[in-house]
Design a protein. Structure first.
Length: 125
């Protein structure tokens, strides 16, 4: 699941709290960027740019149309831990003209995968 030396890990099951803490502290301190494959139900977590996580998922078989970027803020609780914005979300051809994920169905799927694989806004341990 996670290689402790990597800046970005692909999560197919729940990240260990220590791994999430490491990824949050690696670049930003209060949040971590991630990209969800809404079809495969996995997430690439970490890195400085959503584009880097996106590229990792593309290299492992994901399709561009299924990838959506977001930011996770531990310690904010389940209602406020996800920010549905990323430059990779700007896709006029898919009807998404801004960094914010506009489609409610996609947002719900991103939230579902986030809560299952990354966390529900609990404080870091």
């Amino acid at each position: 699941m996670a290689d402790s030396e990597r800046d970005i890990v692909i999560a197919a099951e729940r990240l260990e709290p220590s791994e999430l803490t490491r990824l949050v502290q690696l670049f930003f301190g209060d949040m971590v960027k991630y990209v969800v494959d809404v079809e495969r139900g996995i997430a690439a977590v970490g890195g400085q740019l959503h584009a880097d996580a996106e590229q990792l998922l593309l290299e492992t078989g994901s399709r561009q149309v299924d990838l959506w970027g977001a930011n996770y803020y531990p310690g904010r609780g389940a209602d406020d831990c996800i920010e549905y914005t990323a430059l990779i979300n700007i896709r006029p051809a898919q009807g998404n003209r801004s960094m914010l994920i506009a489609d409610d169905t996609v947002r719900r799927r991103v939230r579902e995968i986030t809560l299952a694989l990354i966390g529900g806004g609990e404080p870091l341990t």
